[in-house]
Design a protein around this ligand. Structure first.
Ligand SMILES: CC(C)(COP(=O)(O)OP(=O)(O)OC[C@H]1O[C@@H](n2cnc3c(N)ncnc32)[C@H](O)[C@@H]1OP(=O)(O)O)[C@@H](O)C(=O)NCCC(=O)NCCS
Length: 184
């Protein structure tokens, strides 16, 4: 898909403007600031306070743009009034697991609980089905204590296939690492 392609324009439940679009190389600084803010929050993502440099973020963005151009990945950024407020992607694996796409999602704190995650997930799954050739299964990983995400994934038809007890250290406490999948 072409960088910057808009796939959705609408409103959150409380009436905030929401746009979902593919990333472009100009999103670099916003993406770096976005991940660093989430990391500082120590929410349910792998980054737990670590800060990402502009160089590291550029590597991530360049590899994403390349994978999207090669139809190996789909990614949508959520914007509200020019601010980056969400990120989701499904990346196709390779070789013997090239039929598997790995899903990830996050939203800025102020934009959670308003239906945006549900919408964003619906749209990225749709994009994945349309653009990722050979995709058969989507997998995801989740912190065991992330009740909202687990509710969202269950609602979207994902089922748990694995649980690594104490597989994640969340704010100094070991919690389960949950693995889920959906056939598409
Ligand atoms: C997980 C996340 C993407 C979900 O997106 P969201 O926009 O907050 O979720 P939604 O508003 O679409 O709600 C999804 C479901 O959770 C429920 N929910 C949302 N917020 C809730 C809350 N504060 N308390 C209880 N339930 C809640 C909703 O009721 C909804 O279910 P329903 O439609 O059957 O009512 C978002 O909260 C987020 O980015 N969290 C931090 C990072 C993260 O956890 N990423 C996922 C890593 S696996």
């Amino acid at each position: 898909m072409k960088p910057g392609t808009i796939v959705y324009t609408g409103k959150s439940k409380s009436g905030k403007e929401i746009i979902f679009r593919y990333p472009t190389e100009n999103d670099l600084h916003m993406l770096r600031d976005y991940i660093n803010t989430l990391s500082k929050e120590k929410t349910f993502i792998i980054f737990q306070g670590e800060q990402v440099s502009l160089e590291e973020e550029k590597k991530y963005l360049d590899s994403q743009l390349k994978a999207i151009a090669e139809e190996k990945s789909v990614q949508l950024l959520a914007f509200s009034e020019g601010r980056l407020v969400g990120n989701t992607q499904i990346g196709l694996q390779s070789k013997a697991i090239k039929h598997i796409g790995v899903f990830g999602i996050s939203l800025a704190k102020e934009f959670r609980g308003e239906g945006v995650g549900t919408l964003l997930m619906e749209k990225i799954v749709k994009e994945a089905k349309k653009n990722l050739k050979g995709l058969k299964i989507i997998t995801l990983e989740c912190f065991g204590n992330n009740e909202i995400a687990r509710k969202l994934y269950g609602k979207m038809g994902f089922r748990t296939f694995g649980n690594l007890p104490k597989g994640i250290i969340y704010r100094d406490t070991p919690v389960d690492h949950i693995y889920m999948f959906k056939e598409v």
